[in-house]
Design a protein around this ligand. Structure first.
Ligand SMILES: *Cc1c(COP(=O)(O)O)cnc(C)c1O
Length: 224
């Protein structure tokens, strides 16, 4: 836990008009409490069970963001409290969130995850799939609100490539906003940037920056 790094990063991100999502996955609740005391309220997790356990132990005014790949059969566990789901990458997942949101009578905000990286392995929609999903689901009738887009750049040291991918997503965000959300101020978020590339992301219009290791320290998966 590096509270100085936290203070520095938060300032940098806020002065760019963006918001920090503190990615606390694999980190203990004690670490989250330290950042909570420092004023942080938005935390990101990528595993459903871990998020539920932390939610139960921590103050109720924390906003929990699901940032990882979400399996449909697990949506029901987070529907009662989740604040934003970043990684909606299929119509079937969208439908399931709609169903669970109706069950708990909550509006759930989501981001549609776009595939912008070169790697085959990263999840996300193509532009065609995005438009298809929007055309079938707008205007929203159910309890799901599409509030923006999310993407992960290629994991590379080539900053020009990362910048190109982020700018491409930024332009797509503007185009989609114009075309489908003209009178919907709720469509407002562009989730891009992690510890290694957040400065490039905020230069290219990111509004939600997901940072873990830079503030919490490296994750050690084998020891939790
Ligand atoms: C883990 C994770 C992050 C944070 O990664 P760091 O490199 O530790 O900042 C951001 N976004 C997603 C989707 C993640 O899974």
């Amino acid at each position: 836990m590096d509270i100085q790094a936290y203070n520095r990063v938060v300032k940098e991100i806020q002065s760019a008009g963006a918001q920090l999502v503190a990615v606390s996955k694999t980190k203990p609740v004690e670490d989250i409490k330290v950042l909570y005391e420092a004023g942080q309220r938005v935390f990101g997790e990528n595993k459903v069970q871990e998020m539920v356990e932390k939610y139960e132990q921590l103050p109720a005014d924390i906003q929990w963001h699901m940032i990882g790949h979400l399996q449909r059969n697990k949506v029901k566990y987070i529907a009662p409290f989740v604040s934003l789901i970043h990684g909606v990458d299929s119509e079937r997942l969208y439908r399931e969130i709609e169903k669970q949101a109706a069950k708990v009578e909550r509006t759930i905000e989501v981001l549609l995850q776009m595939h912008i990286a070169e790697e085959e392995t990263k999840f996300g929609l193509s532009v065609q799939e995005l438009k298809q999903l929007l055309e079938q689901n707008l205007p929203a009738k159910g309890m799901v609100r599409i509030v923006g887009l999310m993407g992960m750049a290629t994991n590379t040291d080539n900053e020009k490539q990362v910048a190109k991918e982020f700018e491409g997503l930024h332009q797509l965000f503007l185009e989609i906003k114009e075309q489908y959300f003209k009178n919907a101020p709720g469509f407002r978020h562009l989730s891009m940037g992690m510890s290694g590339d957040y400065q490039i992301a905020i230069q290219h219009g990111s509004t939600l920056v997901r940072i873990g290791s830079l503030i919490f320290g490296e994750r050690n998966y084998s020891h939790g």
